[in-house]
Design a protein around this ligand. Structure first.
Ligand SMILES: Cc1cc2nc3c(=O)[nH]c(=O)nc-3n(C[C@H](O)[C@H](O)[C@H](O)COP(=O)(O)OP(=O)(O)OC[C@H]3O[C@@H](n4cnc5c(N)ncnc54)[C@H](O)[C@@H]3O)c2cc1C
Ligand code: SF4
Length: 506
């Protein structure tokens, strides 16, 4: 029985279920289609990453002796969408069967659901077994729970996988070492040097294609140095374990001017494309702890991001789509400010994080959550606009992981399904965790008036404005007590300063 086996752009794993049982005579179909490159205006480096990694993966499969039918974006007759290309491939190869793996994004899943009706061939879509938890596993965990806290899910995953477990107990006695993982970057501490990857001929050809076809998309291509093959991704993993994992925990939340990477792994693009498996990444980190190379707070912190957060947000996405995309619990209605696309703002924290994003299609978690996300939350930016921004600008951005992080964690648009309180912070948090404020034209200590840090008034005005949504939240009892202890003039002072600042943005 001849099968047409479909491998999508984020399924670049040799053990992807679509390739299980592949036989001589089967054809692997890989497709570059216009719809995928344009459904949002992806950062130029994100486009290069996906297309270059796909082309390398096709070569790897050919080297292993498989027949690959690879459709390029520029091929004559390319219909521009998956369904059109699959139809054409069925006509070309006349397979008995079409085999695929469930896609990561809801939009693609809906398109694939119709294939058995429009194609005159048996269609088998298999589960994506690269994750620790299947959709069913997450649904079983979530059923009957009032709140879906990541920490509870994560503990079950630890027990189930045995990662960092000593019998029934967590390694070291605690499930979570987050309390140790909040150090700012010491002023004179050197930043670890990280291994990056020079584009080869295949990648350079893609860089030229993207520069030519997508000249107006955000981002530059001069710095493109992401791993695009399995071999490079393994080198990036090795480099992280050796140079950055030991300090990952301590400096997980730290931010520093001109140093977007610090001790972060930079592995999300490779993980999301399938060049690395979450299982091997967690196993390597655990081994580093067992070998005495990295401390437990670093390794637990790192494994929690992958075994906990990554699996959990995927579960939330698939359990809640499609309605989740429209979440707007705080009725936020301000358009996204233009500086999100240029980095041109007097607020040094935002200018640095957005500038690094434009240069590298990357910023680390706390920069996304507590700088660009926090500002969007406090300013009341429309959830859908800020959500699309994250999807466009990061190399690792796939909707299943980006959307819950944005709507649930950054802007509290799901009303607390994921986060027990909004991640709202004034300038003092940013000042504590970064050196951004020292080079800023605003004064972080000043609350209102000329030159005051905008995050300060925005923070109090946010709480005041959202009383009806947030006042009953026990985790916000303290700031609301402070706010309620002020007289009406003082409260109005903050509200007016915030209004004045936001009006200036428009
Ligand atoms: C608003 C917002 C949007 C985000 N959008 C994306 C996105 O589109 N794609 C994406 O992969 N991550 C996203 N994240 C999560 C996180 O910021 C990135 O995974 C991380 O910054 C990637 O860099 P790293 O590989 O150096 O991560 P590290 O800090 O080294 O973490 C290790 C790995 O853990 C995983 N991870 C860490 N935090 C999370 C998280 N909150 N959710 C899911 N996985 C996590 C990633 O696979 C990451 O590679 C977003 C976070 C926020 C707050
Ligand atoms: S002073 Fe305010 S705006 Fe400036 S960098 Fe600090 S937190 Fe950001």
């Amino acid at each position: 029985m001849k099968a047409l086996r479909i491998v999508l752009g984020d399924q670049l794993s040799r053990d992807i279920s679509a390739l299980d049982g592949i036989e001589a005579g089967d054809v692997v179909l890989m497709m570059e289609v216009a719809e995928e490159t344009t459904y949002v205006g992806h950062h130029k480096q994100k486009l290069v990453l996906f297309l270059a990694a796909m082309r390398h993966f096709a070569e790897e499969l050919r080297d292993k002796g498989h027949e690959v039918d690879y459709i390029r974006l520029t091929d004559a007759g390319n219909t521009g969408d998956f369904t059109g290309e699959v139809k054409r491939a069925v006509a070309r190869h006349k397979p008995d069967q079409l085999v695929g793996t469930e896609p990561g994004e809801w939009r693609v899943a809906r398109a694939m659901e119709g294939w058995d009706k429009v194609l005159d061939v048996e269609v088998e879509i298999r589960p994506d077994t690269r994750f620790f938890a299947s959709h069913q596993r997450f649904a079983d965990w979530a059923r009957g729970r009032k709140s879906w806290r990541m920490e509870h899910f994560y503990r079950e995953m630890r027990r189930e996988t045995g990662l960092l477990m000593q019998g029934d107990e967590p390694a070291g006695g605690d499930w979570n070492y987050d309390g140790d993982n909040r150090k700012p970057w010491p002023r004179r501490k050197p930043v670890p040097h990280r291994r990056r990857f020079r584009p080869d001929d295949i990648t350079r050809e893609v860089i030229d294609l993207v520069a030519d076809r997508f000249p107006d998309n955000i981002g530059g291509l001069d710095h493109f140095d992401w791993p695009v093959t399995r071999h490079e991704a393994l080198a990036a993993l090795r480099d992280f374990i050796e140079t950055a994992l030991p300090g990952f925990g301590d400096y997980q939340d730290a931010m520093k001017t001109g140093a977007p990477f610090l001790n972060h792994s930079l592995l999300s693009p490779a993980l999301n494309l399938g060049l690395l498996s979450p299982r091997e990444v967690c196993a390597r980190a655990e081994q580093a702890w067992q070998d005495g190379h990295a401390p437990l707070n670093a390794v637990e912190g790192f494994i929690r991001q992958i075994l906990g957060w990554r699996e959990y947000v995927r579960g939330v996405y698939w359990a809640k789509m499609p309605g989740y995309a429209a979440a707007d619990a705080l009725d936020a209605d301000r358009p996204l400010p233009a500086f999100y696309w240029t980095g041109k703002t007097d607020m040094a924290c935002l200018a640095h994080v957005i500038g690094d994003t434009i240069d590298h299609a990357y910023s680390h978690h706390i920069q996304r959550l507590m700088i660009t996300g926090n500002f969007a939350l406090l300013a009341g930016i429309r959830p859908r606009e800020i959500e699309r921004w994250y999807l466009e600008v990061y190399a690792d951005a796939l909707e299943w992981v980006e959307m819950p992080n944005t709507l649930g964690m950054a802007v509290f648009a799901d009303g607390g399904l994921m986060a027990s309180k909004p991640y709202a912070a004034s300038g003092s948090y940013i000042s504590k965790m970064s050196d951004f404020c020292t080079g800023c034209s605003y004064d972080v200590k000043k609350k209102t008036g000329e030159g005051a840090c905008p995050f300060n008034a925005l923070y109090w005005a946010f709480l005041d404005r959202n009383r009806k949504h947030l006042k009953g939240n026990p985790r916000l009892a303290m700031p609301y007590r402070t706010l309620d202890g002020w007289d009406a003039d003082r409260r109005e002072g903050y509200a007016a300063a915030a209004r004045h600042f936001l009006d200036g943005l428009d």
